[in-house]
Write a new protein. Structure first.
Length: 236
């Protein structure tokens, strides 16, 4: 553990570097996409620049110390934190870091940027962690869990049961419902016959149900015939 003085010094050092990359026009644009984030906590660093910095920073001893500092003051610090986790090569350490970090994630953008490649090598045991996440009370922990199920388990590793997991999530949170819709729209594109009954039988709440149809209709992976039928299933 690092003491308070060292923590403050490291925070200031990282923040100083991030402000060197500031793009105020980008900040204004990006803030409009994240209504849940206080603009005063956004520096305005473009993602490619932040990824480049994260790759360099990850090679320093300070990176491990930075991961101990929570909560962060700035949005970009949270994204840097996420990129550092994403690059981890040890599965157990990565899961532990995520479980510590997810309760501090407060927006869809930070949530969605993390997709650690190490998970591909641990798909069977990763399912148990995903189940825990989607049963959480925290919006972005649930969202992250569903996103991981969408990312890693809709192709060769697909199982009908996973659709049930997502359909069982009932929430009034917009960013949870949008991820449910994104998941089912992707499922319709990749596993149409398995996913379709969940729409036909109205297994989802109205908001994610209709959003699923909208996203599917907008997808180039759904046939014109499928789109026409899905439109008839919209809840009025």
């Amino acid at each position: 553990m690092i003491d308070k003085i060292d923590r403050e010094a490291l925070e200031q050092k990282v923040q100083k570097r991030l402000f060197e990359f500031q793009d105020k026009k980008y900040k204004d644009f990006h803030c409009r996409l994240m209504p849940t984030v206080d603009p005063d906590t956004v520096i305005g660093v473009r993602t490619p620049q932040l990824r480049k910095f994260a790759k360099e920073f990850a090679k320093t001893p300070e990176a491990a110390e930075f991961l101990e500092i929570l909560p962060h003051q700035y949005y970009e610090e949270n994204n840097l934190h996420g990129f550092l986790i994403e690059a981890m090569k040890d599965y157990d350490i990565c899961i532990a870091a995520l479980n510590r970090f997810l309760p501090y994630v407060n927006n869809w953008a930070t949530c969605d940027l993390m997709s650690p490649k190490i998970f591909k090598k641990h798909l069977p045991e990763f399912l148990e962690q995903i189940k825990i996440w989607i049963q959480s009370d925290w919006t972005y922990t649930i969202r992250f869990g569903i996103e991981m199920l969408m990312t890693f388990y809709l192709d060769d590793t697909f199982c009908q049961e996973y659709l049930d997991w997502v359909a069982s999530v009932k929430s009034e949170e917009y960013y949870v419902n949008m991820m449910i819709a994104w998941y089912f729209a992707t499922a319709l594109a990749k596993q149409y016959e398995a996913a379709l009954p969940y729409i036909e039988k109205h297994c989802l709440e109205k908001e994610p149900h209709n959003k699923t149809i909208q996203k599917a209709v907008e997808s180039y992976r759904i046939t014109a015939e499928q789109k026409a039928y899905l439109k008839t299933l919209k809840i009025k």
